[in-house]
Ligand binder design. Sequence first.
Ligand SMILES: Nc1nc2c(ncn2[C@@H]2O[C@H](COP(=O)(O)OP(=O)(O)O)[C@@H](O)[C@H]2O)c(=O)[nH]1
Ligand SMILES: [Mg+2]
Length: 427
Amino acid sequence: MANFDDLLKNLTPQTRAIFDAFWSELPLPDRKNFVELIQAFPSEANLVQLLLKMGTNQLKLTFGQKQKVAIVGPANVGKSTLYNHFVPQKSDHAEVSPLPGTTKAIQEADAGLFAVVDTPGADAVGEVGQKERDAALAAAAKADFLIIVFDAIQGIKQTELELYRHLSTLGKPFVVVLNKSDLIKKDINAVLEHAANALSIQKDQIIPISAKTGDHLPELLRTMAVAEPGIVAALGQALPQYRWQLAWRAIASAASVSAAIALTPLPMVDFVPLVVTQSVMVLGIARIYNYKITMNRARELVVSFGLGFLGRTLFYELSKLGGVPGWLLSSAVAASTTVVMGYAAVIWFERGERLSNENLKTLSQNLTKVFLQNLKSIGKRKPNKKGLKTAVEEMLNDSPLGQNREVIDGQFSEPSSEIKEEKNEQA
Ligand SMILES: Nc1nc2c(ncn2[C@@H]2O[C@H](COP(=O)(O)OP(=O)(O)O)[C@@H](O)[C@H]2O)c(=O)[nH]1
Ligand SMILES: [Mg+2]
């Protein structure tokens, strides 16, 4: 998890001044929120991509309302390659080539949390070069935020320095990145030091990345998020859905394991492995919601929700109706109560509220029916554990619930708050 103070060190003096002005205006609760949001920023590239995409779904804003991030720098430093990392739609990608001057005009796309602008080389000379340069600088002047890109191999020479001086005095927050760091085989620190000296900034204030391999893009995005409150605001709106999607992955995996466990003895299996599976799931969900809890605490939470008992009751009630093989019923009940446990944990961590027993029961019943419907298709004969696990996991991963929780949220009234617990208890 990113340390907030460390992130601030990545800001160049101009950007830090903008940040400080913003910060001093921010009421205390908002500051807390801000730090929390920044810390929730993922450090893995694929999760960053997921979060970025979420911005698109969640905000549904037009370009005009999004923060505009312009990528600027000399020709051939990898601006378009970096741009393409932010743009989810392949058809919107910019052309990339080893030839300088490939990008001739401004290009803009929706990157989810923000809008991103690719620009031609801003160091060009000659008649054509001058036009491209003017276009790049005009785009920079119109943007809300700049990513200033230099090349780790080329380093900072007179042209680069002049460009940096111009861009850094536009009064926009910006970050400086040194791209193609994958080509530096020796000491990246020495290269950073050198570039920092040339630009008269600190080494920490240059972020080495590789647009080619995607290395260190999460760091870049995190620094951008600190430096640009508009991106944090978007992050705040995208976060609940992002967290739910991550939680759903944990839920799908635990529910499929539960289904496989419950395939064996009837009437209802040994509960210990189910409780363990669910506790591990709750632990994972806690992490997603920035809670620190122990395995023991997760287990207590699982037991306190009483879904084991509820599952047993449900199993007996439904088996009386007949018509469904025991293994199928048992697996469907185990999978659905695990999903409900996961959902209940999400609500718990999100709002500190406990779903009422009635809600837990209704939800388990409804989900069991869905599982029974879907699992029937795997055949009349009892499947093996692995086959069942895969079938359940696929079913849950394809479920629209993973994208959007509203379907479950809408099934019942407001959750009751029988137990309240202090937030963020330390393990
Ligand atoms: N090794 C390496 N090559 C890169 C990287 N980023 C871009 N390139 C290459 O550098 C060349 C110029 O890239 P491009 O994105 O078109 O640069 P632009 O002119 O700044 O838009 C292309 O051949 C890219 O494949 C990187 O991080 N590492
Ligand atoms: Mg380009």
